[in-house]
Design a protein around this ligand. Sequence first.
Ligand SMILES: Cc1cc2nc3c(=O)[nH]c(=O)nc-3n(C[C@H](O)[C@H](O)[C@H](O)COP(=O)(O)OP(=O)(O)OC[C@H]3O[C@@H](n4cnc5c(N)ncnc54)[C@H](O)[C@@H]3O)c2cc1C
Length: 458
Amino acid sequence: MEGTEERVFEALEPRLEGHIIKQADPAFDDVRRVWNTRIDRIPSIIVQPVSISDVIQVVEFASEFGYRISVKGGGHHVGGPAVVDDAVMIDLARFDAISVDPTALTVTVGGGVTWGQVDAATAPHGLAAVGGQDPNIGVAGLTLGGGVGWLSRAFGLAVDNLLEVELVTAAGEHISASPTEQEELFWGLRGAGGGLGIVTSFTFKVHPVETVLAGSLVYPLQEAHQAMRGYRTLVDDGPDTLRPLFGIFDLPPTSPLFDQVESSRVAIIIVCAIEPFGGSERVLESLRHETSPVVDSITTRPYVTFNAAGESEPFARTTLRSRYLETLDDQAIETIVGIGTTAPAAGATVFVSPRGGAEVEPPMEAMAYAHREPGHHVLIEARWEDTTADDAHESWVAESAAKLAPMASRVGSINFVDADEPPTHAWFGPNRDRLNRLKQKWDPDDRFGGHAHPRWQE
Ligand SMILES: Cc1cc2nc3c(=O)[nH]c(=O)nc-3n(C[C@H](O)[C@H](O)[C@H](O)COP(=O)(O)OP(=O)(O)OC[C@H]3O[C@@H](n4cnc5c(N)ncnc54)[C@H](O)[C@@H]3O)c2cc1C
């Protein structure tokens, strides 16, 4: 940090109740780090606000001295837009309040809360919000970009359950947005993926969900085609209260299942059904008769425990491609199994999940989030640690996405966009121009720009 810049930041410090973390501070590298460790950007300074007034001070300061602002919620976006070189990074970790209203069936959470914290707060009331499948993901980023989870087929996306937000705008105002206040801004916040303001709190509708019928069926790799056809049948014949997921991945080295499978690479169907279980039990029973899983762990269990089991390692080098398929025909199954079988290393996976039920009910123009076609989401992802293995993983992901391209209808949502992906209109479809008009109105100087959001304008 140069001397002048240092003096500028010293002027900000007394205006805040929260903390400033300078480049020389021991905590700087830890806080600027995001989940994807391939992202290595250096902000000019990090601020950890503890109050709305702090957030306003930072916005005014950034505007006065011409800094961009990046916002870190849970830091899990693979493209790393939470951290931008030479910007002021706002880490919202201290915005961690959660308040459940079991009568109104709502939960209000601060802008730095994670989904695991939400689940832990709602579960004692027998309630659950639609949230991510890994407890460490931020509520903020996931929701602003759409947000799909185990409950989405029954209750829609996280963004469909959003009732109100409070935010600080680029002009330094603290306002609310909801279906009755700043309706147009609320339309844009629901799907833009950030970039319109700093959201300090979110209020969601929650649902009575306590016990789920959930778990996994594991198959040897040579039975992957059959397992995937089984997944398709669950989607086609099962009720919207059942959400299955298909994947090809590696068992951990200590897995007891090595007695029952020849290779560590296996196919898996994971399911989560909410009550009433009748329709789900029927289709699962047929699947058990038609296939031969080596493991069947599907049983009734608390939703909160099941969702927490999706926890990943805290950090990883990652690259991914997210694509949508309208139909999962036999050719698509052949291609996806082929992709899963040719993975270069244990952390290279392919997962397929349905897009249906409440998730695709709202019209495409109902909010900025524009992916409402029924079908399937395919996520080709590689995670690794060894920095010399970047090329092998990148090539596999890129080649796999190319194999899938002839049958893919669209690229995935803004929540699953890698840093190196070329911009495309498909992220926002028919909503892009309306979103650009909002950006012009609410952030004309692109204060909240960075690595992902300026692409709206192309
Ligand atoms: C291991 C893993 C599992 C995942 N599982 C799921 C899943 O089950 N379902 C799903 O839908 N997605 C999933 N994702 C994708 C996830 O939704 C996105 O990565 C999402 O952006 C993460 O949100 P975050 O707050 O953690 O990220 P961040 O990187 O902190 O933020 C993402 C974007 O939102 C902006 N932002 C963050 N907080 C705020 C705020 N308060 N106000 C304004 N802008 C803000 C940031 O500036 C950035 O542009 C997963 C990702 C990973 C790495």
